[in-house]
Design a protein around this ligand. Sequence first.
Ligand code: SAM
Length: 243
Amino acid sequence: THFGFRDVPTGEKQKLVGQVFSSVARNYDLMNDLMSLGVHRVWKRYFVGTAQVLRGDSVLDLAGGTGDIALLLKDRVGDTGRIVLGDINGDMLRVGRDRMVDRGRVSGFEYVQCNAEALPFPDASFDLVTIAFGLRNVTDKDAALREMHRVLKVGGQARVLEFSEVTAPWFKPVYDFHSFNVLPKLGKLFANDADSYQYLAESIRKHPPQAELRGMMEAAGFARCDYRNLSAGIVAIHTGYKA
Ligand code: SAM
């Protein structure tokens, strides 16, 4: 039996998402490489490399997980910058913190266990807020987007990196086969956890496509909302600003 996200009431979703990420935390980094053949690293580099951020900035990386985005961001904000890694799951944060310490990257990072729907930060705290492969796991996405807007300073940028709708028709059957056949098998083989990877494939299909997410960002108060597809829309980067 898989986690059956399609039919659960929203209150339950958060609990199930918690189980999924506690279950995958230890193998999370390896699985990302296997599932995407390493391409997630390229997407993340592009996502951070094109972010509106300066040396010394304060950045919040939501759903920061094991810290891939935070690490890349640190190079952009420099020694005087501050990176807050926020995630609802303590197991993911712990793996992330241990990984940073192993790499000798300690100062300039803060770890905060929090729900993206209700952030424990005052208004106008950050120059940049990022969320990578996180928004689709959040139950109330509109609330999360409103919170991202609230904690941004005026002029600050919000960036969302997320799976999106594949635009090339010829690619869709290949992609579907990968998601619903290859993915759960990889999950079973390498992490002994087919259910979690079945959930991931389902959550990707349920996530709002490009134009709809842009509309949600506008509704949350963001100005100049836009998006860019990467890899034919397998993922998209959405941006918006606090005006
Ligand atoms: N950003 C990292 C990356 O790109 O590798 C991790 C992405 S991981 C697929 C999704 C993360 O979202 C998990 O660590 C999970 O705990 C977190 N998450 C899920 N729901 C959340 C919520 N409501 N608030 C904050 N984080 C959440």
